[in-house]
Design a protein around this ligand. Structure first.
Ligand code: TNX
Length: 721
């Protein structure tokens, strides 16, 4: 591996403007320029405008960066990262003339704020490129784009020749990491920040506190780390390190300390602040989300003031997320003192009391120089206008919150823990007030088990579209990955590549929405992210090996053809349940099974007449058909694998049916078997097509759905025999 020796020959040349020359040590095999334009087709997120010139330029001689404006240390580090990544992607060293990259960056005092300047232009030519940015963020983005224009070829690395003019659609492009439910080490968080930089995401929404644990060292309330963290927390030095690491990559860190609900961990440490006595933590089926602070206790607001004051000092960002979600009314109404307080002060509902609490928290944060954010529940009763609302339960809240004048960051439709494929999340536009929510049809078909809790999740079929004023209040959006069922080794693969699809939704123009084009680019993006540090495949490999030491190959092949059940259906499996889920096949199955997606796309093209695809289709089907006996053998004595043997059989049977079609085999018995199985498996998809369906339906063994159904269905003929 090439080491970076940057700056190897730093020097200052005077050529009119200040020029700092930085010669990168990455030197690639020199070679002739060759290959058709391609890399520009793998850009993600799609830039605002791209014009392609003909041809490519060799970058085989390494990169020489010429700063047209004086580079800050931050930009110098960005350049170093660029070179390191280029080396990782473009391969071994060679000699030749360096590719000269001229960079100029305007000054931007708003860097790392929602008002920062992110625009850049990038022109790549024969011997080099020019990157002009309005500020540091634009340089970081431009370098990410340039990296995606590089392609390794047998003759050495080349860069596509293009002119790009780019800026994001939304200023706030976030990712929520829930480190309360499952803790992630500093290294793991930093890996996500690296990946975020490469797809131009710019906010880490760090969910640091919830029922399962409080994750930051507090000097003011040391029981938060000594008791509430259960031993897993970030020291203040580590928090500063992560904030700095993020800042280097153009990423703001918005901390969330969730109050007044989701407070169990805090209450383990300070039970006197609770609305109810601390529940016995050993209670079977205890809902860790329910415990709430007592908003009427003056000590509660004091706690919030001092804690937020301390935490605010660690997080320089203007915004602090104060949570506010899922406050269970009975936590308050069943406490006689709180009930009496509500009566005395005219709070008719828990929501009204929460609004008063929210207003106090917003005031506290404002006094500390911050702006409060909260989940959409905070907007159910009047609260100060400047509180940023984050719709999550349904898209209608985007409409109501903006109608009330609140700035909004949308997360409804972007819940990665629902385990939907990238294509579904990608289809959701932040402006759409009817994108996410339980439909009337679903409600009728699957009556909710907790009717009083369902209405906020229900879609408003009459929700009007946003007007221009409302649209201007949408600051952006966030992908959220709640981690009840995401352990640290699972994190990279649960977040990516789906988060990259969301990065495009949040950056690119509203009309960039071609799903097959997205699906075509995602594997390449995964390759880029993994080459530069992400560990999705490595971790999955290790997890498979832990499940079946020495014999994990068949499990890997099985996971090519399956996806996990969706919409919290994992909560309703017969087995595995609880923590066992995290070391079962479903933990290493991906919501986007690339091989299955490719198979389905190819099968569709085959039946439309591309006969040449028969070969590759046959190869895939043969692989899956042959895998069944191998899987059965490997599963012997491993309960988690034995549980999904029926899934392996089904994949085998369907694959054999597909082969029969390709081989022109006659007969009807195998067709009928396959048809029956197809219907059964399509039904299984129906069973987790929404949160309500998930709670009502029997789920497939091990929570695995078969992802190659559309392709098999296409091969068998669109109509049932
Ligand atoms: C609701 S999303 C929550 C989270 C859970 C999630 C999934 C939100 C604001 N609250 O605390 O993790 O459902 O169970």
């Amino acid at each position: 591996m090439m080491q970076t020796v940057l700056p190897r020959r730093p020097g200052v040349f005077r050529l009119g403007a200040v020029r700092c020359v930085l010669l990168a040590g990455a030197v690639f095999a020199s070679g002739s320029v060759f290959g058709a334009a391609q890399a520009e087709e793998s850009l993600l997120p799609v830039p605002k405008s791209v014009s392609v010139s003909n041809g490519v330029a060799s970058i085989g001689g390494g990169v020489q960066i010429v700063w047209e404006t004086r580079p800050s240390p931050l930009l110098q580090r960005a350049a170093t990262r660029f070179v390191t990544r280029l080396t990782a992607i473009a391969g071994p060293a060679g000699h030749g003339a360096p590719y000269v990259l001229h960079v100029s960056a305007g000054a931007d005092r708003a860097y790392l704020s929602v008002d920062e300047k992110e625009h850049y232009t990038l022109t790549t030519a024969a011997g080099g490129a020019r990157l002009e940015a309005d500020g540091p963020a634009g340089v970081i983005h431009g370098l990410a784009t340039l990296l995606q224009l590089v392609r390794a070829t047998p003759e050495g690395a080349v860069v596509e020749r293009v002119h790009i003019d780019d800026a994001p659609r939304f200023a706030w492009r976030g990712l929520l990491l829930d480190v309360s439910r499952h803790f992630d080490t500093v290294e793991t968080v930093e890996r996500q920040l690296d990946a975020m930089e490469l797809v131009k995401l710019n906010v880490l929404h760090w969910h640091l506190s919830d029922g399962s644990g409080f994750r930051v060292e507090s000097r003011m309330f040391p029981k938060l780390q000594n008791v509430a963290s259960h031993g897993q927390y970030y020291t203040q030095a580590q928090v500063r390190e992560i904030v700095a690491y993020a800042a280097d990559r153009g990423i703001r860190v918005v901390p969330e300390i969730d109050v007044p609900g989701h407070a169990l961990a805090i209450l383990e440490a300070y039970p006197e602040l609770g609305a109810q006595p601390l529940p016995d933590l050993g209670t079977k089926g205890l809902n860790l989300n329910n415990a709430a602070l007592d908003p009427t206790n003056p000590q509660t607001l004091r706690f919030v003031r001092v804690l937020y004051g301390e935490m605010g000092g660690l997080f320089p960002d203007r915004y602090v997320h104060a949570g506010g979600d899922e406050v269970v009314s009975s936590q308050w109404t069943k406490n006689p003192a709180i009930a009496a307080y509500m009566k005395a002060h005219g709070f008719e509902t828990a929501a009204a009391l929460q609004a008063a609490f929210t207003a106090e928290v917003a005031k506290i944060l404002a006094a500390q120089g911050h702006v409060m954010m909260g989940w959409d529940e905070v907007s159910e009763a009047p609260i100060p206008k400047n509180v940023v609302v984050e719709p999550w339960r349904a898209s209608k809240w985007t409409g109501t919150a903006t109608r009330a004048g609140h700035p909004v960051v949308v997360s409804a439709g972007y819940y990665l823990d629902l385990l939907r494929p990238a294509s579904m999340h990608y289809a959701v536009d932040p402006f759409d007030t009817k994108a996410e929510g339980i439909t009337a049809e679903q409600l009728a078909k699957y009556p909710p088990k907790h009717p009083e809790f369902s209405m906020p999740f229900v879609m408003d079929e009459h929700a009007p579209p946003l007007d221009d004023g409302q649209k201007s209040l949408i600051m952006g959006a966030e992908g959220t990955l709640w981690a009840e069922m995401v352990s640290e080794p699972m994190l990279d693969a649960r977040l990516w590549p789906r988060m990259a699809a969301l990065a495009e939704r949040f950056w690119s123009a509203q009309d960039v929405r071609d799903v097959s084009d997205l699906e075509r680019r995602l594997p390449g993006v995964m390759t880029e992210l993994e080459a530069t540090g992400l560990q999705a495949s490595q971790h999955q490999e290790a997890m498979r090996e832990a499940m079946v030491p020495g014999h994990s190959g068949p499990l890997k092949v099985l996971t090519e053809a399956v996806v996990p059940v969706r919409n919290y259906a994992l909560n309703h499996l017969a087995a595995p349940t609880g923590e066992a889920m995290l070391s079962a096949p479903v933990a290493v199955s991906n919501p986007d099974a690339f091989a299955a997606i490719r198979f389905n796309a190819m099968a569709a093209r085959y039946v439309r007449g591309e006969a040449g695809l028969a070969g590759p289709l046959r190869e895939m089907l043969q692989r899956w058909a042959d895998n069944d006996p191998a899987f059965v053998a490997s599963a012997k004595g491993v309960p988690a694998l034995e549980a999904v043997v029926p899934v392996s059989h089904a994949v085998g049977l369907l694959s054999r049916a597909g082969l029969n079609v390709l081989n022109g085999r006659e007969g009807s018995a195998w067709r009928m078997d396959a048809e029956r199985l197809l219907q059964e498996q399509e039904q299984a998809f129906e069973g987790s097509a929404s949160m309500l369906a998930s709670a009502h339906s029997t789920q497939p063994p091990g929570g695995l759905l078969i992802a190659i159904l559309p392709g098999i269905r296409a091969l068998l003929g669109a109509h049932a025999p």
